[in-house]
Ligand binder design. Sequence first.
Ligand code: SAH
Length: 343
Amino acid sequence: MKDIKSMNPAELEQDFKELGLQKFRAKQVFTWLHRGARSFDEMTNLSKDLRLRLSEQYEISSPEVVRKQESKKDGTIKYLWRMKDGNCVETVLMRYKYGNTVCVSSEVGCAMGCAFCASTLGGLVRRLTAGEILDQVLFTQIDSGQPVSHIVLMGIGEPLDNYDAVIRFLELVNHPDGMNISMRHISLSTCGLTERIDKLASLHLQLTLSVSLHAPDDETRNRIMPVNRSCGVDKLLETCRRYFAETGRRISFEYAMIDGVNDTRWHGELLAKKLAGMGAHVNMIPLNNVEESPLKPSSRENICRFQQILERSGITATVRRSLGGDIDASCGQLRRKQLLGEH
Ligand code: SAH
C-alpha cells in the first residue's frame, strides 16, 4: 500500500486522476491528512464508497504516544512515539517567547557516531519517511493543543543522511494547504555532510542551516566526530562559505562545550579566526551529560571566557538556554531509556 502522508499535492492529483477521480478530491484529502486525520473514515466530505476505495490503496501513517513527559519548570513536553513497525522516535515541544518550537527526529538511531551523543549509541536502525517526520509536528500540535510555529531538525538522526525524505518533509510542512510553516521558521542541523550541504544550497531554501562544528581543528574534531575523518574542518568551512554565498543565508554553528576537550582559549581563538567574515553565529551548548560517555560539560567560567573570545572578534555567540532538564529532553535520551528497559 502507498504511503499517502508522504505524497505532495501534485503526486496526489496525478494518482487520483489515474483512479478517475476529480481534481478537487486531491486537495480535500491532502487537507484532511494535514489536519491529522488518522483514517479515511474521518473524511466526511467523501462518500463511503470513495473512503473504502482509498483505504484499499493507501495507508495513513499515524504514530501512537508511548510516553509523554512535561517539564514542571518551563512547560517543555517530550513525546516518545511508536510508529507502525514498532520503532520509536522522540519529539520535543519547547515554548519560547517567539513561538512554540518542535524539535523533530529524522531517523531511528543514527550512523554518525559522535562521541557525546546518545542517539548514535545503537547505530542507525532506519530512516524516517517524510510522512513520519511530518507526523511528529502534526501530532505534537494536536496532542498538546499548542500551535506550532517553528521547527528544528535537531532530534534523533542526521537529516542530510535522509536527504530526500527531509526535503520532501520541508515541502509538505511548508505547503499552504498543509501546516503552512514558513521556511524562515525552520532550522536544519547537520554534522557536516559536505556534498549534501552543496546539494541543499542549490535549492535556495530560506531555512536556517545549523552546522554542528564542536571544534575548530581536525585533531579535536576527529576525536569527537568520526564524520570529520573523511572531510576535515577546513573543507567543511569552505563548503559553509559556499552555502552562504549561494543562498545569502547565514550559518549558525553549534558548539557543545566539553570540559577540557574543546573549550580552551586556544580553541576559542582558532574558532574565531576560522569563522571570520562569514556572518556566522555560534550557538554554544553546555554539554548534556550522557551516562554512557565520560565527557563532561565545561565550567561556567570556561563558557564565559569562550564567549568573550568570540565576541571580541566580532562573532556573535549565544549560550543556549537549556529547557526540559528535568525530563531528559535532550539528545535521544528518552528513546535510549526505552530501549534499555528503564522507566
Ligand atoms: N545530526 C544532526 C542533528 C541532530 S543533533 C547534527 O549533528 O547536527 C542536534 C545537536 O545536538 C547537534 O549539534 C549535536 O551535536 C548536539 N548534541 C548531541 N548530543 C549532545 C550532548 N550530549 N550535549 C550537547 N549537545 C549535543
